[in-house]
Each structure stands twice: as structure tokens, then as C-alpha cells.
Design a protein. Structure first.
Lengths: 215, 381
């Protein structure tokens, strides 16, 4: 009996990327749109399925101490607001994040890479980033064997970025998408949206509620 | 057909790069500056592991304070997690013997007026954290190695359990064998990890030990529907010039010019024949290794080619006679490629299984350097 192992192929990843972008647009959020950036270095020379990354950048992140609970911050997101008029109480409190979604050809799952900066452009160290994470996320990162943040070279940008290690992803995606029907392969176009709705919470990226519900 | 060659593996394990390591001028506080350290660096090892050997040469000349060591080659900070042999194969298009590196540090008192040429250097300060991930010494390198091993296991078996469940003592011994270059000791432990080798039927022999390595034994069948997958790391340099004249290849000044490709190659027989190295490369770099390429009329008994290729494997500091490079696949009229694995340029018709079994690194990845350029020798179909 074939059992889905929670992973997806490169072409399934590409399809899911397009699906995520569409859902993100439809669900309506004050966050920017995701942008797909193909791998330019090899370009036409390679087999370029899933070669590149999905990016969302310049996400302003108020200091964790100033945020309300997760639910409050979600409802804040539902209200449209114009970032240009956002006046932080103290400019130094604003941290800015970039998030990239890549495909891991070895683990056959998406991987999140991210980076944080202070408002003056100075990169954040891991200890600073951890202060921005919600409490439940820190707990998970400390206690789980599968979820941990490391610093690795970004496969396309060749510089150190933070990443959530992908080794356990297949297992929990399998649980997330087909715990009630373990012998079926679920439709995979919604894979990335489902994955992001979990991963986003771990790194404090505020995923619009609509995205999670629509999967 | 013999798909495992202990002799070939020994060459890989014993392969070393002669290094001439200079202290970066900004780290030098003595006059005259200390002479360079001459060190033999194992191909399968990593640069930070050489620091305990190098440091005594320079400690008298260093400024006071804490050290964070890093290396550069002609201004390019070297990524410490890449095996030394791979760095050499990738950065020295024309192998340089000895390989001149610099170790050094940020701007501290410079009291040297001699001109130190642009050869690779060691640094003890001024770690370029925006370009290199942090490295605190042997523990960091070991952690990176274990992670690669877990990734390789995931590719081969669909899970990393055999690595995660390794007893601490085994992990320690495995690591020690690697840094000491003890191949037999390494294989004693790694054979319990169920990671191969690849057998004649293109099936991974998960129950292997050194003795049962002859491919005709009954291997365990790979998990139900999964094809065999083999982990490969490609480093591709687009040099945009004639590969006949490697000495003219411009120095790499930026890691953006290298494509780092981490892949799992699905492994199978092609209509009764062994999958070749070229087939495997085509999997990833379709246009470069296209079917239109001329192939030599070779027997698919790769052993012969492999052995002759092996005679050129670098193990001493003597000048290497370069193996003729392979020019396969063409994008434009004169596109050529050069594939370098463990310092040799293998015939692309060698069975991929042989290449993986014998030329892989201790992390169970096959590391492949590919130069893409032009070739005046490129033949038409």
C-alpha cells in the first residue's frame, strides 16, 4: 500500500508556488505580494524546474514586547493600513525581515530562509531575532528535535541567511494534510499554503487567517 | 562488473593538496614577516581542521587578542564547509602546486613593507560575517559534516534515522577516522549506516559490510516504490573562455559566479546499460550535457577507463599531467565543459555507480566541479 511521505516533486512545488501566490492575492492582506525570482546564474543551461525562490521582503516587525497576542495581531492585519503612514513609537524598535521560500531537491520539501535588520540596515543576530518570535514558537524551537534555526549559505545568494532546517517537514506535512486519510495522496497544489501557515507562525510572519482556512 | 574499487577509494582518502599558507599582511606584527607554513591538506578534509597545525607557525607574529580564523584565495573568502579538495578543484582551474593561501585578519598594525603577492592567505581576525557563516573550530565543522551525512542518508533511504540513531561513541569514532584519514576505520563504522554501496542492479546494498561488497550478493530491495536516489553536490563555474587554456581562466573573485547545486540523482538502468556519469550530469544540467554530444565508442566496462583516469589522481606534490578534458554537450557552437571530481577529469561514459561508490566524499555526497566554457576542440556530432 503506497503511503505518501509528505514530500513533493519539483514540478509539484512549481504548481504550488503559483497556487500560493494566487491565494495570497485573493485573501487580501496588508503584507506585500510574493515574488518569484528564478535562478539566473545557470538559467537556460540547467533543468530549471523549481530553480529559484519565492520572496517577500521589507516586512516590518514591531518588537515582540509591543505586540499583542497572536489573535490580536491577526485582527490588526485584517484592517487595511497604509505602511507609509505607520509611525512607530520608537524607530529603533522596528525590525525589518525578508523571507524566501526555496525548494530542497534533497529533502523534497520547501525550505524557509529569512533575514532580519534593524531600521538602520544593521543585520540582526539570532538572539535579536529570537526576541521577535512569539513565546510558543521559542518553546517549539527549544524543545523540538525537528524544528531549529541554523545559519546557512543561501543557495542562490551565496551569503549567510537563517533557515528552519527541513528535515522534519515531510513528517509533519503528512500529518497536517492527511491524518484522516493516511493512504491517500492529498491534492498537492495547496501544499505550500498549508506549509506556510505553520512555518509562518514559527518565525513570526503573520499569515492571513484566510490562507489557512482555504486549504 | 566490479563497481567498487578499494584501490580507487584509497587514492581518494590519501589525496592531499600541498598548501603554502601565508599570514595576511594586516595580521603581521613582526619584521620580517613569518615565512609561509607548508602544510599537506587532505582532500577529504576541511580548512578549519588545519588551524591547529598552522597556528604555531604564526602565533609569534599575531597581534594580541582573540582569533577567529578564516582563509582567502586571491581575495575570495573560502567557504569552510566545502571539502578542501573541492575548493582546490574549483578555484584553481590550472592546478597550482603548492596552493598558495592566506590566513589573516582585519586591519591591525601593519609593519611590513614587503610586497606579498595575491596568493591565498590565512586570517586570524576580521571574520567576514556577511560572506561566511560562522565557524568556531572543529566542533562547527563536525556539526556541518554530520548534517551533510543526515542529508545524504535522507536522499538514499528516505529518512535520516540511521544517522540520528548512531551511538555517540560511533559518531565520535567516525569523525576521528575522517580527520585522521583512516579509511578502514571509517568504513567499519559507516557500513552500519545502510548507505550503500550501489550494486550492479542499480540497487543500493543497504545490508552491506566491506566483505559483501561484491555486487552479486543479494541486496535488500529499496523501499517499496522509491527509485534509488544518490546525493550529489555540483559547483558550476561559467568561465566563458576556452577550456584549452586553463591557465588563463580568471581568478574567481565572487561566489556569485559559482552555482551551488545540491541534488538527488535518480538512479536506474538505461535500457539494460548502466547509467553513465554523463546521464547523471544531464539530469541536472540538461543543456550542457545534451544528447547531441559526440560520445567515444566506449565499452561500458568503465573499469579500464577508471583505472587510467586514476593514474593521474593527484597524491603528491609533483606536477600533474592533466587528463584531457571532456567536451560534451553544446549550447552554442563551441561550448565545452570540464568535469572534475577528486582532482581527476573522468571519462563521462564511466558508469555513474562506479563514480559514486569510489569518488564520493566521507559525507556520502559526490562533489563535482563543472567548468562551462568554450572549446576549440569541441567536435561536431
Amino acid at each position: 500500500m503506497y503511503q505518501w511521505d509528505g514530500t513533493l516533486s519539483p514540478s509539484e512545488f512549481d504548481i504550488s508556488v503559483a497556487d500560493l501566490c494566487e491565494r495570497w492575492r485573493e485573501v487580501g492582506t496588508s503584507l506585500p505580494q510574493w515574488v518569484w525570482l528564478p535562478d539566473r546564474a545557470l538559467g537556460a543551461l540547467s533543468c530549471n524546474v523549481a530553480a529559484g525562490y519565492l520572496a517577500i521582503e521589507n516586512i516590518y516587525h514591531q518588537n515582540a514586547s509591543e505586540e499583542g497576542s497572536f489573535e490580536e495581531s491577526i485582527s490588526r492585519d485584517e484592517e487595511p493600513f497604509d505602511e507609509a503612514t505607520l509611525v512607530p513609537s520608537n524607530k529603533n524598535d522596528m525590525h525589518i525581515y525578508d523571507y524566501h521560500i526555496l525548494y530542497s531537491f534533497t529533502f523534497r520539501v520547501p525550505v524557509l530562509y529569512f533575514r532580519g535588520y534593524q531600521s538602520d540596515g544593521c543585520p540582526l543576530k539570532l538572539v535579536d531575532i529570537e526576541k521577535d518570535l512569539p513565546a510558543y514558537s521559542l518553546k517549539l524551537l527549544r524543545e523540538s528535535k525537528w524544528a531549529f534555526i541554523t545559519q546557512e549559505d543561501h543557495p542562490y545568494l551565496h551569503r549567510p541567511w537563517y533557515t528552519l532546517h527541513p528535515c522534519g517537514t515531510g513528517d509533519w506535512m503528512k500529518f497536517l494534510l492527511c491524518s484522516d486519510a493516511p493512504n491517500k495522496i492529498p491534492p498537492l497544489h495547496g501544499y505550500l499554503s498549508a506549509w506556510l501557515s505553520v512555518i509562518g507562525q514559527v518565525v513570526g510572519l503573520r499569515i492571513p487567517i484566510g490562507l489557512f482556512k482555504s486549504v | 562488473m566490479e563497481l567498487c574499487s578499494e584501490e580507487a577509494m584509497k587514492y581518494v582518502w590519501e589525496g592531499a593538496i600541498p598548501l603554502q599558507i601565508h599570514l595576511h599582511e594586516s595580521d603581521v606584527t613582526t619584521l620580517p614577516p613569518p615565512p609561509p607554513a607548508l602544510v599537506l591538506g587532505p582532500r577529504i578534509g576541511y580548512l578549519p581542521l588545519l588551524v591547529p597545525i598552522i597556528k604555531p607557525y604564526f602565533s609569534g607574529a599575531l597581534p594580541p587578542g582573540e582569533d577567529t580564523v578564516w582563509f582567502d584565495y586571491k581575495g575570495l573568502p573560502l567557504k569552510w564547509y566545502v571539502p578542501l579538495g573541492v575548493l582546490f578543484d574549483l578555484l584553481c582551474a590550472e592546478p597550482e602546486r603548492p596552493w598558495n593561501l592566506t590566513v589573516g585578519d582585519g586591519a591591525v598594525s601593519v609593519s611590513v613593507t614587503l610586497k606579498i603577492d595575491q596568493s591565498p592567505k590565512v586570517h586570524f581576525r576580521g571574520y567576514p560575517g556577511e560572506v561566511l557563516t560562522p565557524c568556531e573550530g572543529e566542533e562547527t565543522v563536525k556539526w556541518s559534516y554530520i548534517n551533510s551525512l543526515k542529508e545524504a542518508a535522507y536522499v538514499i533511504n528516505g529518512n535520516s534515522k540511521s544517522i540520528m540513531n548512531m551511538p555517540q561513541a560511533d559518531q565520535f569514532d567516525l569523525w576521528q577516522s575522517l580527520i585522521k584519514g583512516d579509511m578502514d576505520g571509517y568504513h567499519r563504522i559507516s557500513s552500519r549506516l545502510k548507505l550503500g554501496p550501489v550494486g550492479e542492479d542499480c540497487i543500493l546494498n543497504r545490508a552491506s559490510s566491506m566483505q559483501s561488497r561484491q555486487a552479486t550478493d543479494e541486496p535488500e530491495i529499496v523501499g517499496s516504490n522509491r527509485p534509488s536516489r544518490l546525493p550529489v553536490r555540483l559547483y558550476v563555474r561559467n568561465v566563458d573562455q576556452d577550456l584549452e587554456y586553463l591557465e588563463d581562466v580568471q581568478t574567481l573573485d565572487n561566489w556569485d559566479s559559482v552555482s551551488y547545486i545540491n541534488r538527488a540523482i535518480e538512479f536506474h538502468k538505461e535500457g539494460g546499460n548502466y547509467m553513465t556519469l554523463k546521464h547523471a550530469m544531464r539530469n541536472i544540467l540538461r543543456e550542457i550535457f545534451s544528447e547531441e554530444a559526440s560520445t567515444n565508442a566506449n565499452e561500458l566496462d568503465g573499469t579500464e577507463e577508471a583505472d587510467s583516469a586514476y593514474r593521474d589522481l593527484e597524491t603528491t606534490s609533483m606536477k600533474n599531467d592533466l587528463v584531457e578534458e571532456s567536451t560534451f554537450g553544446r549550447q552554442g557552437p563551441n561550448k565545452g565543459t570540464l568535469v572534475r571530481i577528486q582532482g581527476i577529469e573522468p571519462d563521462l561514459d564511466i558508469p555513474f555507480a562506479w563514480v559514486v561508490n569510489n569518488l564520493k566524499n566521507p559525507d556520502y555526497f559526490l562533489h563535482v566541479c563543472v567548468y562551462v566554457g568554450t572549446s576549440s576542440k569541441a567536435k561536431a556530432k
